[in-house]
Design a protein around this ligand. Structure first.
Ligand code: NAD
Ligand code: MG
Length: 389
């Protein structure tokens, strides 16, 4: 092993075939002296996983769906790459001694167990999977504290807050403003949204992302998940977290301090930047990402979110305040309802209606254990499936 090789950060890319996963591999590819892909994991997409493994020659790969095990093994085993399958392998692979950092980019609740296990094995986390903090924020942050593990936010708004906090560790946050693009239905009424089709909802104005988060952005549930993510990452209460619609997605979020000073982080919308910062922190690495040009953006604008058109925000604030197992129930209902919408089973506006119903009927547990949360998740999924056919 050469001298430089010793300084290479070896990353387990959880969800490598997704939008964040592939952009993470772009960052690794562009910085071979700084990063390497030690582990690649995917849910179902065996073909892309194989291609990625042939290019990045990781130590190991995991395909969650065991049905694809043989295919992946046949392609990669002879190349000296270890191949595993199934949920247990997914959870355990992060323990590998050669993993220096875990990039958590599996979508939804499915990302929880590997992230928690990585924290318990003292691996630093670059966290894209916001659902993990929504479901089990208290357990995750407590485990991180106990194990002295840092959680580096990848979500662009939370990365912005984190970047604004550099050098401010002694200064309490008075308040944060999470910016939201408003999604494809900004300015539209609830009536209009009742009849929108998935093709319309899947067209995000500023970001190209996985299907689930794209629908979440259209309902603004994504911002609802993000206020809860922010609560846990930065130890904030409800009054300290405000959402402001900023359609150009140039200012990625803002911190306000007690002397009334505000710091904002800005740049063109490109997830590679927060991904790279989470992996390289505290360093900034030179990049060839396109630079912002003021002349192309003569005005940056801001609006109050329309909570009657987007009730997801009200629901999420309610769950944030009450805490306990409610955010977990909201998240599970939302995952199932988004899926039902994508399969033409329910209308767009029913997604949040269903989540409201589940949150208002699930038995409330103020201080749930991990098992309680697993049960809440399962029960909420079963009930949501009944409601959505
Ligand atoms: P995606 O759908 O494009 O990719 C999801 C990845 O997770 C894929 O690699 C898939 O194979 C894997 N996966 C899905 N189910 C799995 C399972 N049961 N077991 C193992 N692997 C599984 O999603 P994405 O847009 O990349 O988002 C990933 C996460 O990052 C989400 O939590 C999302 O909220 C968050 N995030 C995404 C963006 C973005 O720009 N895409 C921005 C901020 C935060
Ligand atoms: Mg975000």
């Amino acid at each position: 092993m050469s001298e430089e090789k010793n300084n290479v950060k070896r990353i387990a890319v959880m969800g490598s075939t997704g939008s964040i996963g592939t952009q993470t591999l772009d960052v690794i590819r562009a910085n071979p002296d700084v990063f390497s892909a030690e582990v690649l994991c995917a849910g179902n997409n065996a073909d892309v996983l194989i291609q990625q493994a042939l290019e990045f020659t990781p130590n190991a790969v995991v395909i969650a769906n065991e049905k694809h095990y043989k295919k992946v093994k046949d392609e990669l085993f002879s190349k000296g790459i270890k191949v595993y399958a199934g949920e247990d392998s997914l959870k355990q692979i992060v323990e590998m001694e050669t993993v220096d950092c875990v990039l958590a980019a599996i979508v939804g609740y499915a990302g929880l167990s590997s992230t928690l296990n990585a924290i318990e094995h003292k691996k630093p986390i670059a966290l894209a999977n916001k659902e993990t903090l929504v479901v089990a924020g208290e357990i995750i942050t407590e485990a991180a504290r106990k194990n002295s593990v840092n959680l580096y936010p990848v979500d662009s708004e939370h990365s912005a807050i984190f970047q604004c906090l550099a050098g401010e560790w002694e200064n309490p946050i008075e308040k944060i403003y999470l910016t939201a693009s408003g999604g494809p239905f900004r300015g539209k009424s609830r009536e209009f949204m009742q009849t929108v089709k998935k093709e319309q909802a899947l067209k995000h104005p500023n970001w190209s992302m996985g299907a689930k988060i794209t629908i979440d952005s259209a309902t603004m549930m994504n911002k609802g998940l993000e206020i809860i993510e922010a609560k846990w990452l930065f130890h904030l209460n409800r009054e300290q977290i405000e959402v402001i619609v900023h359609p150009q997605s140039i200012i990625h979020s803002i911190v306000q301090f007690r002397d009334a000073s505000m710091k904002a982080q800005m740049g063109l919308p490109d997830m590679k930047l927060p991904i790279q910062y989470a992996l390289s922190y505290p360093q900034r690495i030179r990049s060839d990402f396109p630079r912002f040009d003021f002349i192309n953006y003569p005005s940056l604008t801001f609006e109050k979110p329309d909570t009657s058109a987007f009730p997801s925000l009200t629901l999420a604030y309610h769950c944030l305040e009450k805490g306990g197992n409610l955010p977990c129930a909201m998240n599970a209902a939302n995952e199932i309802a988004v899926n039902a919408f994508l399969n033409d089973k329910i209308s767009f506006t029913q997604i949040v209606e269903v989540a409201e119903k589940i949150v208002s009927t699930i038995p409330f547990l103020p201080k749930p254990s991990l098992n309680d949360l697993i049960e809440t998740d399962t029960a909420s999924r079963v009930k949501t499936k009944e409601l959505t056919g």
